[in-house]
Design a protein around this ligand. Structure first.
Ligand SMILES: NC(=O)c1ccc[n+]([C@@H]2O[C@H](COP(=O)([O-])OP(=O)(O)OC[C@H]3O[C@@H](n4cnc5c(N)ncnc54)[C@H](OP(=O)(O)O)[C@@H]3O)[C@@H](O)[C@H]2O)c1
Length: 272
């Protein structure tokens, strides 16, 4: 049995479907009743006791980064005899700048997993292709997309590839102690992604970049100031470079990473 946290999200959801599709037994830790191809366990990642209650018969755990009392959660995972934990971290753990709160929570989560005594694999995906779903409202009402950091090229990764690497790590051999940086096959700026999405949708779309001040103001509406500043550091001040294409997805799964065009085609109805 594999326990998947974040099972209603982009990465965890893709992992639940991938594991279920391959016939593995899957349990999803969820905060409310939902339809998933998995057994459900109600729980909250900020409540280690609720995670402990979901661990019966579990040999592998897919764990999200950055929740409260994670040391207690990992102690419960170790006590339950779990054989492997896959942590969903991020590339910002590589920056290792502990004054950046996003890097900090990933670095600290990684350290706790390494110290847990449970065999582990750490995934450091670049920005997810699924973040493009944030454009859906703009594209339902027009052909212009406005977004932040227009000059930043990122080798975005399809959550299906994160899931494929996580599934291989949880069910195969040779992944203990590995740190996998995960990217797609090409670095694209937002306008490049919009052009590809437009071609898939058969629509002429136009991109307009926010200035840094507009980007900051928009993020302040959506997240605490410290996180908005963290993203400004990453993508405006260039403290995080996610443009390099890495071979990891292909090395682990035996096939090339999925392209943004494939992601767009699979998710086209979200923008209609
Ligand atoms: N998006 C990116 O570009 C990116 C890049 C690198 C790393 N990451 C990492 O990947 C993680 C997941 O990204 P995503 O796009 O899959 O996120 P997402 O789609 O927003 O999913 C987040 C998941 O976490 C669950 N969750 C939130 N708070 C919880 C809690 N207290 N207890 C249990 N479950 C909780 C949510 O469940 P509910 O349905 O109950 O809300 C949901 O299933 C991020 O949090 C980040 O650490 C993301």
């Amino acid at each position: 049995m594999i326990l998947v946290t974040g099972a209603t999200g982009n990465a965890g959801g893709a992992l639940v479907r991938t594991l279920a599709g391959s016939g593995a037994e899957v349990r999803a830790l969820v905060r409310r009743e939902v339809e998933l191809p998995a057994e459900l366990a109600l729980g909250d990642l900020n409540d280690p006791d609720s995670v402990a209650g979901a661990l019966g018969g579990v040999r592998g755990v897919f764990l999200l980064s950055g929740y409260d009392r994670m040391a207690e959660t990992l102690a419960a995972i170790a006590r339950a005899g779990v054989e492997h934990v896959v942590l969903l971290s991020a590339s910002s753990a590589e920056a290792a700048d502990l004054s950046n709160p996003i890097s900090k929570y990933h670095v600290e989560s990684e350290a706790l997993v390494r110290e847990s005594g449970v065999p582990w694999t750490i995934l450091r995906p670049r920005t997810f292709m699924s973040n493009t779903l944030r454009w859906a409202d703009q594209l339902k009402s027009g052909n212009v997309v406005r977004d932040s950091f227009p000059d930043v090229a990122v080798a975005t990764v399809d959550p299906l590839d994160i899931a494929a690497v996580a599934a291989a790590s949880l069910t195969g051999k040779g992944h203990d102690g590995q740190v996998y940086g995960l990217t797609g096959p090409e670095a694209l700026r937002p306008a490049d992604r919009l052009r590809i999405l437009g071609a898939v949708l058969g629509r002429e779309l136009r991109f307009e970049g926010f200035t840094d001040e507009e980007a900051r103001a928009r993020m302040l509406e959506q997240m605490p100031e410290a996180y908005a500043e963290a993203f400004m550091g990453f993508f405006s001040r260039g403290e995080l470079d996610e443009s390099a294409v890495l071979p990891t997805v292909e090395q682990v799964t035996g096939r090339p990473p999925r392209t943004f065009e494939q992601w767009a085609a699979a998710n086209a109805e979200a923008f209609a």
